[in-house]
Design a protein around this ligand. Structure first.
Ligand code: ADP
Ligand code: MG
Length: 293
């Protein structure tokens, strides 16, 4: 297919996507609750206690060094939580634990009220609806934007084959919606290798969105981006909030300022402080270990 045809196809799909979304909203009570209802039903995540992620007293040691040390933290459905802290604080290790890459020595990690994540393997956790973005973009450079997004669907196995036809149209609607969300609708036929660094990062986020994750973990997503790309990423994350729950690790304070509600400061493997960015920036202990004077 030529890029022109693909663009025309993508535009058409966008119109379908908008229509589907309107129908969904019309049959449910409102934006926020409609999203949660649909998500909870699809993936059976019990949100009755108002938490999508719950960590309590989690610890892990590597060769006797406690990288995570009595970490407790929880995230509400639809929340965009920012996590900051010095290098070596345990931010990436925390994500490794949530996604099943690293097993903690002790502690509790729950997805919703009923899913004990410590009982699942890494691939199963992804299928439960936890998507993770590593720092480096890992898109398929030889494939087009469209093909990358399509592949993200094919490789995700949480799809029921008995509803093949219906899901097919839902999937193409989703693809159009995601293209629009990541602002790559105009680049659908371009080879991913020719995109800017920022666009590659957005494409990778788009690949995660194709799987409709309930929780997205993003590790230093704006590292290496231009100021303009960083600003557009802030807009993107704000648009995802509410529909998905997000945990974002970043060092870029202007980016954190643009997107944050509650900021958690991690240090030496546990929570040092938590609050609005203004609150944690005024905290003497945070200034001491991280922000400097
Ligand atoms: P952050 O992401 O906050 O910079 P990390 O979670 O990467 O911190 O690392 C926390 C600490 O745990 C560091 O001291 C790091 O060297 C150590 N660490 C992380 N993963 C491993 C591992 N697989 N084996 C040994 N040490 C590790
Ligand atoms: Mg890290």
């Amino acid at each position: 297919m030529t890029p022109d045809l693909m663009e025309a196809g993508a535009e058409r799909k966008q119109v379908y996507a908008a229509r589907t979304l309107r129908q969904e909203l019309a049959t449910e009570s409102g934006g926020r609750s409609a999203g949660y209802g649909r998500i909870a039903q699809a993936g059976e995540v019990d949100l009755t206690h108002g938490r999508i992620l719950y960590l309590e007293d989690v610890s892990v040691s590597f060769d006797g060094f406690k990288a995570i040390n009595g970490l407790s933290l929880d995230i509400a459905p639809g929340e965009l939580r920012c996590v900051i802290g010095p290098n070596g604080a345990g931010k990436t290790t925390m994500m490794d634990i949530i996604t099943g890459k690293t097993r903690p020595d002790t502690g509790t990690v729950f997805f919703g009220s009923t899913i004990d994540l410590l009982r699942y393997k890494e691939a199963e956790i992804a299928q439960l609806g936890i998507g993770r973005k590593f720092q480096k973009p890992t898109v398929f450079e030889q494939l087009t934007v469209f093909e990358n997004l399509e592949l993200a669907l094919k490789t995700h196995k949480g799809v029921s084959h008995s509803m093949f036809f219906r899901l097919d149209s839902v999937q193409s609607d989703r693809l159009a919606e995601v293209l629009h969300t990541i602002q790559l609708a105009g680049d659908v036929g371009r080879q991913a290798g020719n995109l800017s660094h920022g666009q590659k990062q957005w494409l990778e986020i788009g690949m995660l969105l194709m799987q409709d994750p309930k929780l997205l973990l993003l590790d230093e997503p704006v590292a290496g981006m231009t100021d303009e790309e960083t600003a557009r990423t802030a807009e993107l994350f704000l648009s995802l909030k509410g529909k998905h729950s997000l945990m974002v690790v970043e060092h870029d304070m202007s980016f954190i300022r643009a997107i944050s509600d509650i900021v958690t400061v991690l240090c030496d493997g546990s929570v040092l402080a938590q609050g609005t960015l203004d609150q944690v920036q005024a905290d003497e202990r945070v200034i001491e270990v991280y922000l400097g004077r």
